[in-house]
Design a protein around this ligand. Structure first.
Ligand SMILES: C[S@@+](CC[C@H](N)C(=O)[O-])C[C@H]1O[C@@H](n2cnc3c(N)ncnc32)[C@H](O)[C@@H]1O
Length: 144
């Protein structure tokens, strides 16, 4: 979690003057109560390049909190690289995972099925896994 990144988001937000963009907030998803800081219910939650660039506990916390916040039928969207059946989908992802682990041993390219299974007890059904450019996926979950 990076204050410089939040300042950058604020600066871009001010420049865009959208009028419907809340300022960035510091939410630690390893905390059991992070979702209580958000005014729900929500229609959608997006997490881009988070699951592999944070410890696995963050993904579990994201799923738990999103499960609490989303309306029935709400969408959780995850973007990033994933293994399929435990196997990397590209050689470049093997190299990328090595780089991730050099930054932090607890980061890593997660297995899609493992994320899907972790999402189920939080009330999610994975409805789509869309292949994206550069060996990434869009994973879309529906809150039951
Ligand atoms: C590679 S950045 C991705 C940023 C942005 N989504 C993007 O795609 O440019 C990884 C993000 O994981 C977030 N993160 C790491 N640990 C976290 C935690 N415990 N709770 C919430 N977010 C966390 C960081 O704040 C950071 O924004």
């Amino acid at each position: 979690m990076d204050e410089v990144a939040r300042d950058s988001i604020s600066a871009w937000g001010e420049k865009a003057a959208l009028g419907n963009l809340a300022p960035p907030r510091n939410l630690d998803m390893t905390r059991a109560d992070w979702h209580e800081q958000i005014n729900g219910p929500l229609d959608a939650v997006l997490a881009i390049n988070l699951v592999h660039v944070a410890p696995w506990e963050v993904t579990l916390g994201l799923l738990r909190g999103a499960g609490e916040l989303l309306v029935q039928g709400g969408k959780l969207y995850l973007y990033g690289p994933y293994r399929v059946d435990g196997v990397h989908t590209a050689k470049s992802n093997i190299k990328f995972e090595r780089w991730l682990k050099d930054q932090n041993e607890s980061w890593g390219v997660r297995d899609m099925g493992e994320v899907e299974r972790a999402a189920e007890p939080c009330g999610f059904l994975m409805t789509e896994a869309v292949e994206m450019p550069a060996n990434n996926f869009s994973l879309i979950f529906r809150k039951a």
